[in-house]
Design a protein around this ligand. Structure first.
Ligand SMILES: *Cc1c(COP(=O)(O)O)cnc(C)c1O
Length: 371
């Protein structure tokens, strides 16, 4: 029986020739394809500025870094995410504060966020879990009321919409990832989108050691290093792949939405399992397809039985504060009840461009049989 991975890239002959062309050009890095990729991200999302970097994690790091918060500042985020969403606070001398999720959508709950706001709070990093945008209206209002910066980790939600507006323009800063399991890929890669020109200039510097001018912008040899940046540059051959993949993004998104519909249909009549609530004012991008089992006791057994059948189910996510690094950092007593309950009952089913209707049927049949 064939193995069905939970996520994987979709690469065609056009992608390969785009990369091959870039490899034969004058620029392997910091060349025209980086700007071209950034432009295509801007025109797709409607963002004014996009800064492409070498990973989604780097994007989160410089998004927080560009804000220049004093050490010890607090950043509120969800525990129900990949570690990078919280680690970006630590990279910048800030403290991640976890606010629990809404048990139905599995996204951060604005009411829980408000409870965690203190005098030291500077920002909210919300995560569009599985591809469903957070309650951006409520979160923006909270941010405005308390003078906070809103950062949207949109690693799951490229192409999603909230109240008809595309992800990329909903927060002060939006970060994307182009890891192979995400909607489009550059191998490794990421980007930050913003409407703010000042922040965009800082993000460009932070990507390149904090240096103010790229070699192509210099008159002579002079340049200045104005901030402490890193080398988070992405290569031109990766951006060539990115540009080529962006052309297929609408097709990728509609396929993911079709697969989600097929799953919903197959599972709607099955007992013992439900899917997270999708709010009426969002358009989901379906990076993941999570299901919640009624009975947490059987989750691991179901996981094992599916894996044995070659179905690449996964669990997204172990609450971040459960990791030993965070436990030692002082989060040992923390309990986010909704996040822990979701973690105990959750399985993510395979979701990517290559999944067929027969795959969906087979996966759902195996899932129901394994109860
Ligand atoms: C994938 C992902 C990231 C990190 O992206 P990389 O490109 O792997 O560094 C950050 N946040 C979330 C929620 C992700 O899923």
């Amino acid at each position: 029986m064939k193995n069905i991975p939970y996520g994987r890239q979709s690469i065609d002959a056009d992608d390969i020739s785009a990369v091959s062309e870039a490899l034969q050009s004058d620029f392997l890095t910091t060349g025209p394809r980086v700007a071209e990729f950034e432009k295509s991200l801007c025109s797709f999302t409607g963002a004014s500025h996009a800064i492409a970097v070498n990973s989604g994690t780097s994007a989160l790091d410089i998004a927080v870094g560009a804000l220049g918060f004093p050490a010890g500042s607090e950043i509120i985020t969800t525990p129900f995410t990949f570690a990078a969403s919280a680690n970006c606070a630590l990279y910048n001398g800030c403290k991640p504060v976890f606010a629990d999720i809404n048990p139905h959508t599995l996204n951060i709950d604005p009411a829980q966020v408000e409870k965690k706001i203190t005098k030291k709070t500077k920002a909210i990093v919300c995560v569009d879990y599985a591809g469903q945008p957070c309650q951006m209206g409520e979160l923006s209002e909270l941010a405005k009321k308390h003078g906070l910066v809103l950062i949207e980790d949109a690693a799951h939600s490229l192409g999603a919409k909230y109240n008809g507006k595309k992800v990329g323009t909903l927060a002060d800063l939006t970060t994307f990832s182009f890891h192979p399991v995400k909607h489009i890929t550059t191998g490794e890669g990421g980007a930050v989108a913003t409407q703010d020109e000042g922040l965009a200039a800082k993000l460009r510097m932070l990507r390149n050691h904090g240096i103010d001018k790229a070699p192509s912008e210099r008159q002579g040899y002079l340049y200045d290093m104005k901030m402490l940046g890193k080398n988070y540059r992405i290569t031109d051959f990766q951006c060539a792949l990115g540009v080529s993949q962006m052309k297929k993004l609408p097709q990728f998104l509609s396929r993911r939405r079709e697969i989600a519909k097929l799953y919903e249909k197959e599972l709607s009549s099955a007992g013992g399992v439900s899917t997270p609530t999708v709010l009426p004012n969002v358009l989901h991008a379906y990076h993941l397809f999570p299901v919640l089992l009624d009975e947490p006791k059987i989750r691991d057994r179901v996981f094992e039985s599916m894996r044995k059948k070659g179905i690449g189910v996964n669990v997204h996510y172990i609450p971040v504060y459960k990791f030993s690094y965070y436990q030692k950092l002082g989060y040992a007593d923390l309990q986010c009840r909704s996040a822990e309950s979701a973690y105990a009952r959750l399985l993510t089913l395979p979701m990517h461009f290559g999944i067929t209707a027969q795959d969906v049927h087979h996966i759902c049949k195996c899932l129901i049989e394994s109860f």
